[in-house]
Design a protein around this ligand. Sequence first.
Ligand SMILES: Nc1ncnc2c1ncn2[C@@H]1O[C@H](COP(=O)(O)OP(=O)(O)OP(=O)(O)O)[C@@H](O)[C@H]1O
Ligand SMILES: [Mg+2]
Length: 684
Amino acid sequence: MPLEGITLDRLLSTILNNVLNCFEYYRGVAYLWDKEKENLVCHGTGGLSEESEKIIRTKPLNVNRHDCIEIRAAQSSTYTYIEDPTNGPNLTKIDLKISHQHGGRGSLLFVPLRSKGETFGILGVERYPTQVESYPGQFEITEKNIRSLMLFVNHASIAIENARLYAQNARKINYLVRLQEIYRELNVIMDMDQLTEDILDYALSLSQASSGAIWCCDPGTRRAHLRLLRGYPSSQRTDIRLSLDQHPFKEVCHEQRLALIPELTKCAYSLPVSPLKGSTILIPITYEDQTAAILQLDHRDSSIFDETATEVLKIYASQVGKLIENVKLYKRLLSERRFIDNVMNSAGVGILITDAKGKILSINPKIEEIFVTKSSEVIGKPADVIFSGDQRAIFHIIRETMRKKKDTEKEVNFVQKEDELILKVNSFVVFDGDKRFSGVATLIQDVTETKRLSESLRRMEKMAAIGTMAAGVAHELRNPLSGIFTTIQTLTKELACTGEQKLEMDAVLEEVDRMETLIQEILRFSKPLPLTISKGDINAVLKKCVAALQDKIKAKRIRVLCEAQDETAYLRADMDKIHQVFLNLLVNAIEASEEGGTVEIHSRSIPFSNNGRPKGIEIQVTDHGVGIPPDNLSKIFDPFFTTKNYGTGLGLTICAKIIEEHNGEIIVKSENGRGSVFTIRLRK
Ligand SMILES: Nc1ncnc2c1ncn2[C@@H]1O[C@H](COP(=O)(O)OP(=O)(O)OP(=O)(O)O)[C@@H](O)[C@H]1O
Ligand SMILES: [Mg+2]
């Protein structure tokens, strides 16, 4: 309140001094009404002794207590003239006392200060009778003098009223400016504890209260608990709860009314936390139409909680209520946002969100992993920045979803770091609350493993079914076949076949023998394979396979390239069966190659699968031969599928079975006419 009084008092003193000089008065005083307290308060003096000035300034005159000329003059709407205030029938004791305090008084003239038909103060001047000799004819205040002063004061009233309003408003303006500053400072606080502390501290500095507290209200239990205290002795208890159904908290909480207790010593109840003397104000802080907290401020002098201060504190409370609402909202949004982030981060599927224009709003870590990208590099850019090469098919899906405003689901194959991935892409159209298209959410799931698993499951089921049937047939064929074999042998001997006949008989025996071998193969394949696990070097196994096939390799002049990442690559497996696998694969590769062709064998360490942790070994057998037509690709692992005249079609079936029993993987990539790559992955 730095502006209060200064401008007004200075103005009144200046006016008074001018009046004294121009109209030749001895002393002068200006009083203004304090309507609330019904006091006449001195705001300006002229020509007074220091002692008189002190008395007049510190002792306001009260309507009820002081029956004196000043009060009567201020209550009348016209001037008051008292020729001799020290002697006369209409004078009261107080008048005489005042005259005495000022060392006697001369003729007095009081003129009302009026604005809009209301008297807001008086201006009084004095002409001293002892001056009679020095200024003959001047000791009396004439009618002309009165008219002149009235005229002057009427004009001055406007200026005084303006200054008074300005002084009053200046205080309010000061408060409001301060409120704005405080609001700005509180507005950036997002922590509830910090905000609560600052709310109380700023309330204390704003109101100049000496102590204060914040009570948090719980409408459920109808209780408030003491949250924070300032300016109380450290011995003050803090674990206080109080009922919200008791006066004066009841009115503050339920009716959301401000409660002012002007004199604590005189009230019938005691507040749970309050100074012994002085006054207290309780202000509701509301949030979502409920009283969230009660702000308590105390001061020894109740006059600090005047109308203006109360009004300002009300505005302050409503502002901080909004701030509390904001912080709660912010916290809720933050936790919702965190929850969504957690969902995005922990989802096993890739999530890509684009806005209505196809710009990336967010991607989750799974997308970063699948497409080897970083969220910070792509946010705000068009969705196609993530996808290159075959992956662009995904962008087309998103674009189609945007264009048709219809959910889309598709599978996309693409190669990444030599791995062929199968991705299931689901794009959903997102609408806002007003049913306006606002973007697309795309879920991308790596289904490579699942697909492979279901493919191998399908293969195993097929193998099992055919195996059971084949085993039955083989079993039934075995006895007649051995009968045929023995009969032919006996016949050859008994008939003493020679020449052409002997050759034919031998050919039959040879075919029967081949059938027997086939039956054995079928029976072996149809039973579960018992594995004999030992530690072995896969590179040594590969070399052994190549050595065992030297005849075939030489016969077709095949160049075999063996390339191993490490000299030795140990793993735990049934090494004989693994040997059988590579033998079969190499035989197929040689058979598929042209004369003089090349067969490559590569081995390297891998983390086993795209997402798997365990270490493994990957071996690739590559040929540049005939390749496998796409239609046959899904059949080559089926039992008895062969395109060769003398093939049994069991080679790859057995390979797949062995690899599966080792929990490994067998993957084929082939291009018709250009060659094939068989990839085997085994755990170490
Ligand atoms: N490297 C390859 N290049 C081209 N085709 C192949 C290759 N490997 C296998 N195939 C195709 O897969 C079929 C099945 O192979 P699989 O090894 O199971 O049987 P097979 O070689 O025909 O006979 P066998 O039982 O004697 O091995 C082959 O007949 C051939 O059509
Ligand atoms: Mg084969």
